[in-house]
Ligand binder design. Structure first.
Ligand code: FPP
Length: 260
């Protein structure tokens, strides 16, 4: 009997202990313990880069560089523990209000990151996808995003990178597409099918670092029944151990989807 079948036969209280037992068996941090089918998709609001840099007397851009390194490390860990989908909030529709120097640095980080993805994609199991209103980006960057998406489309771990993303913009865009298609009335399924995340299941768990307790326009439609986990850790300090802690909290919750 496989471990997964055995878990399904346990009662709910026992199920909640599933991840805790796994944690007790090994030391904390980067253990690579695999998740089960209840947890397929984690989304991250990577907050706290600016404060992390300021605490070190450095410009905010320094925090974003370290935040990007943390993002790569956490991405590798999420893939390793058997998640199927990961979504990160890298740049919102509101983030253009930041000083131009900071915006330029974040854009340069994306561009460098995509170049790196091309170099490493052979060994990676990652399908890179960019979600958001991409029309604002220069044609060269859009072409690279599109190319890396197409060339990794056969890979099993889907990584959605939300750039110029806003939940309200996404829903509005879906409605406008439906109007263009000539719909008079729409269903929830119609809207879901026109979101940027169209072929991903909604996130089971949304993790926000940086000590703020809000959704900040992230995955508004998709998060209807997501579990949230908030931590004060600033994103550049976020580690595999913090992923484990978020997962432990998730397994301790009972998802009822409005039922009892
Ligand atoms: C929020 O922290 C962070 C951002 C708006 C940018 C996030 C970008 C990265 C982590 C780089 C990602 C890179 C790739 C390649 C996807 P903040 O600046 O709002 O921090 P603060 O709340 O401390 O000011």
């Amino acid at each position: 009997m496989t471990r997964r079948v055995k878990i399904k036969q346990e009662d709910n209280g026992e199920q909640d202990m599933f991840w805790k037992r796994k944690q007790q068996k090994t030391t904390m941090g980067d253990r690579g313990e695999r998740v089960d089918d209840r947890l397929q998709h984690i989304a991250f609001i990577m907050d706290g880069n600016g404060r992390w840099a300021r605490k070190r007397g450095m410009p905010r851009e320094f925090g974003h560089s370290h935040g990007a390194a943390t993002f790569k490390k956490i991405g590798r860990y999420c893939e390793k523990i058997g998640l199927k989908y990961m979504t990160v909030y890298a740049f919102s529709t509101e983030n253009w209000k930041r000083p131009q120097k900071e915006v330029d640095t974040i854009m340069k980080i994306f561009d460098d990151y995509i170049e790196e993805c091309f170099l490493e994609m052979e060994e990676d199991n990652v399908h890179f996808r960019f979600i958001g209103n991409l029309s604002v980006f220069p044609e060269t960057l859009r072409a690279k995003m599109d190319k890396i998406d197409r060339e990794t489309a056969h890979k099993p771990f889907i990584l959605n990178i939300a750039v110029n993303y806003g939940g309200r913009e996404e829903i509005t865009n879906a409605c406008n597409e439906l109007i263009r298609e000539g719909k008079q009335t729409v269903t929830e399924a119609d809207i879901s099918a026109h979101l940027y995340t169209l072929d991903c299941p909604p996130p089971d768990l949304i993790v926000r670092s940086g000590g703020e307790y809000r959704t900040s326009n992230f995955l508004l439609w998709q998060s209807a029944y997501s579990e949230y986990y908030f931590t004060d850790i600033l994103w550049p300090d976020f580690s595999a151990k913090d992923v484990d802690n978020a997962i432990a909290a998730f397994y301790g919750r009972k998802r009822r989807y409005g039922g009892v």
